[in-house]
Write a protein that binds this ligand. Structure first.
Ligand code: ADP
Length: 250
């Protein structure tokens, strides 16, 4: 004899609760998959310089005495790979630091943040910097995080453009733009550049060093602080990196 099961129509709250838990579990699952990918990628990226380390050390060991002329080049390689690894590790550390942190936000005149940033890069960089400054709004953000985001974008502008070309820093409304006359970012890459470890073909085929983590870091910080980063073409060549801020009601 089959038991007669009562038909239960879930009350609205139960349905909502169920839907919320399902979507929470789904996002947790995505996050775990994302973390697994990240660890796999990071390990792979660290293995490459390590293999180069061992290769060059073995070369010095094997041939250093009989052919001392191999030593300077092997040492130069070791130095280059050590630098690459250092950049990678410090960006990985910065990333894990950001992940667990919450950024306190306050109201700032965007002009103040812009001036701080401009002064900082002007004192640290040997590149010619042009300032274009218009009236700007008050914004809601975390100043330290914002300066970090702007620095990542500025360093890319310097890295991916000729040393004798100027970098323009532009302030307007709720926007800061960092403009270079370099390699440019193809339209198809403008979302991918925010993925961890992504490097564009133009960056790969050049001798410009990078880890592919800078903009991923910038994107995480931007999201936490209500900033949006967009890329546009700069004419005749290069990139306009635009950071827009959340306007405060002050
Ligand atoms: P990295 O510079 O270490 O490769 P990023 O995450 O900072 O990593 O940038 C990802 C990719 O975006 C770079 O490899 C490069 O292809 C592209 N990119 C970023 N900024 C610029 C720029 N100003 N001009 C040209 N390409 C850029």
């Amino acid at each position: 004899i089959e038991p007669q099961l009562p038909t239960i129509t879930a009350p609205a709250e139960v349905r909502t609760l169920r839907e919320t838990s399902v979507s929470w579990l789904e996002s947790l699952r995505d996050q775990v998959l994302h973390e697994k990918d990240f660890i796999a990628n990071a390990s792979h990226e660290l293995k490459t310089p390590l293999a180069a380390f061992r290769g060059n050390l073995a070369l010095i060991h094997r041939r250093g005495q009989s052919h001392p002329e191999v030593i300077p080049q092997a040492l130069a390689h070791l130095d280059q790979e050590a630098e690459r690894m250092q950049a990678l590790v410090s960006q990985l550390l910065a990333m894990s630091h950001i992940e667990g942190s919450t950024a306190l936000q306050s109201d700032y005149p965007l002009a103040l943040i812009f001036d701080d940033f401009a002064a900082q890069v002007q004192s640290e960089s040997s590149r010619e910097i042009r300032i274009e400054r218009q009236t700007a709004k008050w914004v809601l953000t975390n100043q330290e995080n914002t300066l970090y985001v702007l620095k990542i974008i500025f360093e890319n502008a310097v890295k991916y453009s000729p040393a004798d070309s100027p970098i323009i820093l532009r302030l307007k409304d709720n926007l800061i733009e960092i403009i270079d006359s370099g390699l440019g970012i193809p339209v198809a890459d403008r979302k991918k550049v925010f993925e961890r470890f992504f490097r564009g073909d133009r960056a790969h085929s050049s001798t410009i060093n990078g880890t592919g983590l800078g903009l991923a870091l910038a994107a995480e910080l931007a999201e936490k602080n209500g900033l949006t980063i967009r890329f546009f073409d700069h004419q005749p060549k290069g990139t306009i990196a635009q950071v827009s801020f959340t306007v405060s009601h002050k």
